[in-house]
Design a protein around this ligand. Structure first.
Ligand code: PLP
Length: 402
């Protein structure tokens, strides 16, 4: 869905210009989407939200009834998420965890540690011993998936040389350390793998199946029982075809089959983007419309320092124009002469491109534009301070529009 919901549209139109740009989130739409995702999943498959996608406290809280926990990837996210949704189960992942981060995770009673290296396992064991704490461990592996399932992913963290997770060649060493009494403060709960982002349901399921198969073979080889396999996030959001959403129903059917084949295993997924992208809009106004070498450009208030997603992913951010008929200034109002207009921001770089050659005949300065799919990896991945423009305002709308 590219067009803003009615609540978002009303808010964007009614905001004074000096409160633009604005991030406007529709929490009712988020709840509805999260409920549909939850319904599509088998009852016993756990759903964790990867907070890195959007850690705004209102978003974390709105997701609360539909998720089993949250995945955090730093000490900062850990402290933030613990405060925003107290008492909810947390898993901490991420490469390069520092001793201070691990110590604070132990102190805060984080339920699961996604261990990314042999070194990290040694460190966690010693810090848990010193704190006299027990730490639940999922070993994150960078697994090779043989059938080309990752070929179409937008971002691969696994299946190739990367700094993420343990190399499968270390599997026997780390499992032995966790099962031969070397580290009594660590409890091996299972295996974790997040191999790629941007996968459609069939590929996502194929990846999940190969992770579970690999994990059960590992357990069988060591004659141990593992209780959990976390098959990661990465469900696609298609910015070029926003209406084609990830097929949660098909994925849920696959997971149900997988769960039935492994009844003693708790399966878990940890999506970010595909949960929250659709509930957020970055809204702004057109400041200027100009011609350059045969093309037309609209410069909007704000830019990729607020919404870096199109720059990082190299796509055109889907958007809708909300026309504003009043023009308060005594000087002439510029308007597009051609049918297609490239929307750029205020930064002094040609990379500040939000959407290229958008069909927007007659677009005028003063019209408003709402960029969709801005609920994930948007504000929180952007380089806010470049050029020191004002920050956007933030609006979290509920069903009433309040
Ligand atoms: C370990 C881990 N889990 C989950 C996610 C969430 O991925 P996505 O937002 O693509 O679903 C990421 C994203 O980078 C990740 O690194």
């Amino acid at each position: 869905m590219t067009a803003p919901t009615a609540a978002v549209r009303d808010r964007v139109i009614s905001l004074p210009a000096d409160e633009l740009p604005a991030y406007v989130y529709d929490l009712a739409a988020l709840r509805e989407h999260a409920a549909a995702v939850r319904t599509a999943l088998p009852e016993h498959v756990e759903l964790y939200y990867a907070a890195k996608a959007n850690p705004e406290p209102e978003i974390l809280a709105a997701l609360g009834p539909y998720v089993d926990g949250y995945e955090v990837s730093s000490g900062g996210e850990l402290a933030h998420v613990r405060k925003a949704v107290p008492g909810r189960p947390l898993a901490i992942g991420g490469p390069g965890k520092t001793p201070a981060e691990i110590a604070s995770a132990l102190e805060l009673g984080v339920e699961r540690f996604h261990v990314e290296s042999v070194y990290e396992l040694h460190m966690l064991a010693e810090l848990a011993r010193r704190a006299d704490a027990r730490a639940g461990v999922l070993l994150r592996f960078n697994l090779a998936v043989s059938d080309g399932s990752l070929a179409d992913s937008s971002l691969a963290m696994g299946g190739q040389p990367t700094p993420f997770g343990l190399d499968p060649a270390d599997a026997d060493t780390v499992v032995r350390l966790l099962t031969d009494g070397t580290y009594p403060h660590l409890q091996l709960r299972g295996v974790h793998a997040h191999l790629a982002s941007g996968l459609r349901a069939p590929e996502q399921f194929a990846v999940a199946e190969s992770i579970v198969t690999w994990a059960t073979e590992l357990a069988a080889r060591h004659r141990i029982r593992i209780a959990e396999v976390n098959v990661g996030g990465g469900m696609t959001v298609d910015y070029a075809a926003p209406d084609q959403r990830f097929d949660w129903t098909a994925y849920g059917v696959g997971l149900a089959r997988l769960a039935a084949a492994h009844p003693a295993l708790t399966l878990r997924i940890e999506p970010g983007r595909a949960l929250t992208s659709y509930c957020g809009w970055y809204a702004t106004e057109v400041l200027d419309v100009k011609h350059s070498h045969g093309e037309e450009f609209a410069v909007v208030r704000g830019g990729t320092h607020h919404l870096r997603t199109p720059a990082t992913k190299g796509h055109d951010q889907p958007c809708s124009v909300l026309p504003v008929d009043t023009w308060p200034h005594p000087w002439p109002r510029p308007a597009a002469q051609q049918d297609r207009v490239t929307l750029t921001g205020q930064l002094c770089t040609p990379k500040d491109l939000l959407a290229r050659r958008v069909p927007a005949p007659g677009l005028r300065a003063g019209d408003r534009v709402a960029f969709a799919l801005a609920g994930a990896y948007a504000w929180n991945i952007s380089h806010h301070d470049f050029l020191m423009h004002p920050r956007p305002s933030f609006h979290f709308l509920d069903r009433t529009g309040a």
